[in-house]
Design a protein around this ligand. Structure first.
Ligand SMILES: C[S@@+](CC[C@H](N)C(=O)[O-])C[C@H]1O[C@@H](n2cnc3c(N)ncnc32)[C@H](O)[C@@H]1O
Length: 285
């Protein structure tokens, strides 16, 4: 695997049930407004690879909307992939969806030779690039896996810096920043998304760029987001907790982090907003 000095050891957020539930707030309506009109214009049997699908709530929603499409959700986490495959009869019965475990940078580990040669009409990712070191290689791989004559690479990404929390949680933001940096992750992936698409060889006239906001605003949304952070902070084995120890946080400092999240849950005026950038890149002339 190509390296920028930080090869991916694991996925720093982890797969605790509370975390998966917080991600499950995401679906095609809330996250893929930029891409849905393009998908609707494709033949209904299109092929789509969802890179880093996590708990698959976006992937399932796509399968329900486009039941004739062949949709593969890929994730590094074997346990989350097993969970998703077990959920197919409940969330997307009778559709062309399946989930596979693998590393996007090693396509031979999860795709057949036919599927590796420009097979996908759409190669999509949502909030995955920011979780992988040297993510320009991921974008390059996505480009290779898309159909070379008219295929699409579609990405939606945020920055850690483009996140707004109210009530303010500066200590939580600082720890998050340090964890991403410790893992060699590009915390400015969102703002550099267009630059990265150009770097892997898309021309500017092949790219449609836009932006929108990912949010946790209602009480249940805040509860899921902040609750999952509280669970991570309670788990001595989580990366957040281990990083806090590594950086020398005292028990009092960890309690400040927990209280930030408790305050966010309780605050009627609270919200978490994250500016997301979006690109639709078209291959071909
Ligand atoms: C922040 S989650 C996003 C999940 C989903 N796309 C969503 O927005 O709800 C990032 C996901 O990328 C997966 N991931 C990280 N590195 C990966 C890799 N090298 N190959 C495949 N998946 C990876 C993680 O396991 C995790 O589930």
């Amino acid at each position: 695997m190509a390296s920028n000095g930080h090869e991916q050891q694991n996925y720093h957020i982890g797969y605790k049930e509370d975390t998966l539930k917080a991600f499950e707030l995401r679906n095609a309506t809330t996250c893929l407004g930029y891409l849905l009109p393009t998908l609707e214009s494709l033949p209904p049997t299109f092929t789509l690879l969802d890179v880093g699908c996590g708990p698959g709530s976006i992937t399932f929603d796509l399968a329900r909307r486009f039941p004739k499409a062949k949709i593969i959700g890929l994730d590094l986490g074997k346990e989350v992939v097993e969970r998703n495959n077990a959920n197919i009869p409940t969330y997307a019965p009778g559709t062309g969806i399946e989930f596979r475990a693998g590393n996007v940078l090693e396509p031979e580990s999860f795709l057949s030779p036919e599927e590796r040669s420009g097979y996908f009409d759409v190669v999509h990712e949502h909030a995955t690039l920011i979780c992988i070191p040297n993510n320009i290689q991921v974008l390059r791989t996505m480009k290779e896996l898309a159909r070379q004559d008219g295929g699409i690479v579609a990405c939606r990404e945020g920055d850690t810096h483009s996140q707004i929390l109210w009530p303010p949680c500066p200590e939580s933001a600082e720890l998050q920043e340090r964890i991403y940096e410790m893992n060699g992750l590009d915390t400015q992936t969102g703002r550099k998304l267009l630059a990265k698409a150009l770097e892997v060889g898309f021309r500017r006239d092949q790219i449609t760029a836009s932006a929108s906001v990912l949010s946790n605003i209602t009480a249940p949304e805040r509860e899921l987001y902040a609750g999952s952070m509280i669970t991570m902070l309670a788990d001595e084995t989580s990366q957040y907790r281990r990083a806090a120890s590594k950086f020398g946080y005292t028990e009092e400092q960890v309690e400040v982090l927990r209280n930030n999240m408790r305050r966010m849950i309780a605050a009627d005026d609270g919200w978490r907003l994250c500016i997301c950038t979006e690109v639709i890149c078209r291959l071909g002339p």
